[in-house]
Design a protein around this ligand. Structure first.
Ligand SMILES: NC(=O)c1ccc[n+]([C@@H]2O[C@H](COP(=O)([O-])OP(=O)(O)OC[C@H]3O[C@@H](n4cnc5c(N)ncnc54)[C@H](O)[C@@H]3O)[C@@H](O)[C@H]2O)c1
Length: 252
């Protein structure tokens, strides 16, 4: 699979799935703009990705429309256009409804949903010019409910249906799809499933509820994202692709 000469922006590219996705696009020949909340986190990620002229910084807080515009604007300036937008920036926290205040709800929805929406809006003219595509990060929590993470489930369910609605509005010029990972071994999972605030040293209990009896690597999710962004998926739009070791296949 080659993305030679293609311009890609990955939000939340400074860590985890986003960084693995940036690395995979880079290895496939693309020019990649990396977003993260701060300039420092983006600079660190670019260094970890090996520096070089095919990498650009696109910092910006995607919780606000202005931050999304700043991130997409920096990517467009550096890359001169855009073929692929990957909306990977996100937050996950387990919190019972009774302990969830408005600030927690707003932060979850602003980063996960509003960020996806306004980064897509900002990138739209460039993607329409290039006949490009958008890949969003949903989750198993966008396909089924999980107690204790209701705000996150609401945000990821919103991303699944936002993906479908955007796909319809933007067809045939721009394809829009999302991936629905199970638990992926990143900081998000190691911190999000921690019982004491310290990063988990293993995710063995999380592995257990996946029929494949393990969690995913970030690279496995990145591979699915590259497929959806590639010409091989040229007739795929509005899809929510499970990348979750069988969790949403039923039978439990
Ligand atoms: N790790 C999992 O188990 C898992 C499972 C399903 C879905 N997902 C989804 O995949 C995506 C990536 O998750 P991850 O595991 O790589 O998480 P992570 O915590 O390792 O990385 C999240 C990234 O988002 C960025 N980010 C957070 N808030 C931001 C903001 N306001 N502005 C800009 N960037 C911001 C962070 O800087 C970081 O680069 C998220 O949308 C997440 O919900 C993760």
């Amino acid at each position: 699979m080659t993305f030679e000469g293609k311009a890609v922006l990955v939000t939340g590219g400074s860590r985890g799935i986003g960084r693995a996705t940036a690395a995979a696009f880079l290895a496939a020949g693309a020019r990649v703009a990396v977003n993260g909340r701060s300039e420092a986190s983006v600079a660190q990620a670019i260094e970890a990705l090996g520096n070089g002229e095919r990498l650009a910084a696109a910092p910006g807080d995607v919780a606000t429309a202005a931050g999304c515009e700043a991130a997409v604007g920096a990517a467009l300036e550096a890359l001169g256009g855009l073929d692929v937008l990957v909306n990977s920036a996100g937050v996950f926290e387990r919190r019972p409804i009774a302990e969830s205040d408005e600030a927690f709800w707003d932060a979850t929805m602003d980063i996960n949903v509003k960020g996806t929406y306004f980064c897509s809006r900002a990138a739209l003219p460039a993607l329409q010019d290039s006949g490009g595509c958008i890949v969003n990060l949903a989750s198993i929590a966008g396909l089924e409910g999980y107690g204790g993470v209701t705000a996150y489930c609401a945000s990821k369910g919103a991303i699944v249906n936002l993906t479908r609605a955007m796909a319809l509005e933007l067809a045939p010029a721009v394809r829009v799809n999302c991936v629905c990972p199970g638990v992926v071994d990143t900081d998000m999972a190691r911190l999000g499933f921690s019982e004491d605030g310290a990063p988990r040293t293993d995710l063995d209990d999380q592995a257990e509820f996946h029929p494949m009896k393990r969690v995913a690597t970030a690279a496995e999710v990145a591979a699915a994202i590259l497929y959806l962004a590639s010409p091989d998926a040229g007739f795929v739009t509005g899809a929510a692709l499970p990348v979750n070791g069988g969790v949403t296949a039923g039978g439990h």
